[in-house]
Design a binder for this molecule. Structure first.
Ligand code: XMP
Length: 326
């Protein structure tokens, strides 16, 4: 009979067998899968694991702190944070096409991660050690989707790491390969990870970059981050987190609408609330959020985020609309 504790024990044993006295690197995305995979490997090999977290500047409010403070506090893991915010903004300057944004973000992410891995390798090399293993949070559905190939073949773009250079030869450690998402969450809880990490809703690898319709700039990110934080706060305090799959907040950055605030006319931007219910993100229904919750979100956003003077609700199912606007 499988219990969560026995899954943890078995994986810890396997990881120890695989890694031996070697060292491993793990890229953290802020998501559940990489966090749980890293926590398992750290349980198995302790400080011979180093995690790398790339801050691409497209994160939501508090997400970096969640990794740097909460994840580290829960696991005691070695963490390197790379602040790549300027680099990503530079690469995204002038870009409005969604697929183009995804390509750029994926490409830059890999480059930054490669460099961080190389730096770690160089440092370890100076002490006569090296990193031979790369930890990935591949789940069973990922394995099935890609026809059951090896980990290297089914790396998804954006928040997983792929295409490492020839001179960085890693063997993959994939302790979640046999598990489904709900099992991964239970393993995370068993390992002592906080609820905020274990129960996190899906968030796309390209982050807020694909929730700004138009060019991504530092100022627009700040506006969206503030509006998004309010929506999440209100949904959480209404106890709705488990009822919705996710609720993207989208900034229509190139659209302006007239408003009136105080005794002045404003000419601001609309944001869209996109609450959806889903089983697997392949199809989705728009969530009938209570009117009072919608009202609180709308009032707070227009009061607290001065550049936003209109909040609209997306009532489209998937299909025909995708969950994200880009
Ligand atoms: P769509 O918009 O295709 O989204 O209905 C389905 C699910 O996937 C997430 N999503 C992404 N995740 N990189 C990711 O890692 C991406 O480029 C990406 N695009 C969408 C989305 O948030 C939803 O959960």
């Amino acid at each position: 009979q499988w219990t969560t504790a026995s899954i943890v024990d078995e994986q810890v044993t396997r990881i120890r067998e695989q890694v031996g006295t070697g060292r491993a690197i793990c890229g953290l995305s802020g998501g559940v899968d990489s966090a749980v995979a890293a926590a398992l490997v750290q349980r198995a090999i302790g400080d011979r694991l180093t995690c790398v977290f790339v801050d691409h500047g497209l994160l939501r409010a508090g997400e970096r702190a969640q990794v740097e403070r909460d994840f580290v506090a829960a696991t005691g893991v070695n963490l390197v944070t790379v602040d790549a915010r300027e680099r990503f903004l530079g690469a995204l300057a002038g870009v409005t096409d969604p697929e183009q944004k995804r390509k750029i973000i994926g490409r830059e992410f890999i480059r930054v991660f490669e460099q961080a891995a190389q730096d770690l390798q160089d440092k370890a090399g100076a002490e006569g050690e090296r990193y031979d293993f790369l930890v990935q949070g591949t789940l069973y559905p990922d394995v099935v989707e890609s026809g059951g190939g090896t980990g290297a073949a089914n790396i998804k773009s954006h928040h997983n790491v792929g295409g490492l250079p020839e001179d960085l030869q890693f063997a993959l450690v994939e302790p979640l390969r046999a598990l489904f998402k709900d099992e991964v969450r239970r393993v995370g809880t068993e390992l002592g990870l906080p609820e905020t990490i274990v129960q996190r809703q899906p968030f796309p690898g390209p982050g807020l970059g694909i929730r700004i319709i138009g060019e991504v700039t530092a100022e627009r990110l700040e506006i969206l981050r503030s509006a998004d934080a309010i929506a999440r706060e209100e949904l959480t305090s209404a106890g709705l987190d488990r009822d919705i799959w996710q609720c993207p907040v989208v900034l229509l950055a190139d659209v302006r609408s007239v408003g009136v605030q105080g005794d002045g006319r404003t000419y601001g931007h609309p944001v869209v609330l996109r609450p959806v219910s889903s089983e697997d993100a392949m199809t989705a229904d728009w969530t009938r959020l209570p009117y009072d919750v919608l009202e609180r979100i709308s009032t707070r956003i227009t009061n607290e985020v001065s550049e936003v003077n209109r909040v609209v609700l997306d009532v489209t199912s998937k299909p025909p609309g995708t969950i994200e606007w880009e």
